[in-house]
Design a protein around this ligand. Structure first.
Ligand code: HEC
Length: 144
């Protein structure tokens, strides 16, 4: 190996290194764009799931809850509530129907939303759908 570090050697390292990382960045970008559509399980978006998302938005559920980490920290994470409730949409519907729970003083309770059966089914299907998105196992535990 040569004893002197020449200008042209420095230049080659600079350009070579830059080029290498530009290509690496592009390759990772293409890889992400290719794999992302498989993560969100979009084949499972039925009209019910779409209705549920609308119910979710119109009632501002995100104003109290997080969904896969996004939202407010007043109430539990709901991205995995379907799993937490034993893989049951019925349990989710029963919970929403049964609010508010005024039993324990000082405990936060969810209000009653007076959703129709169709809306309840939709929002439960929407929460089932979110629990099946591939999130690299996030949230890390079943409590959310
Ligand atoms: C005003 C705040 C608020 C809003 C808005 C709200 N929630 Fe809640 N929610 C809560 C609180 C507080 C709890 C936990 C306490 C309880 O048992 O009521 C909860 C609990 C839940 C649970 C059970 C979670 C668990 O792990 O026990 C589900 C499911 C749920 N909410 C769904 C919804 C849906 C769907 C909407 C929108 C239609 C919604 N929430 C809107 C406050 C809210």
């Amino acid at each position: 190996m040569s004893e002197v570090f020449t200008k042209s050697m420095a230049r080659n390292i600079y350009y070579g290194g830059s080029l290498f990382f530009v290509f690496l960045f592009l390759a990772l970008t293409f890889d992400t764009m290719k794999t992302l559509p498989q993560q969100d399980n979009r084949a499972a978006i039925t009209p019910q799931v779409a209705l549920g998302k609308r119910v979710w938005e119109e009632n501002n559920c995100i104003g109290c809850h997080t969904l896969l980490g996004e939202g407010a920290y007043f109430a539990p994470e709901l991205g995995n509530v379907y799993k937490r409730f034993g893989n049951s949409t019925e349990a989710i519907k029963a919970f929403i129907r049964s609010r508010p729970a005024n039993g324990i003083p000082g405990r936060r309770s969810m209000p009653q939303f007076n959703l129709s059966e169709e809306e309840l089914e939709g929002v439960a299907q929407f929460l089932k759908y979110t629990s099946e998105i591939k999130t690299q196992n996030w949230p890390p535990n079943i409590q959310g």
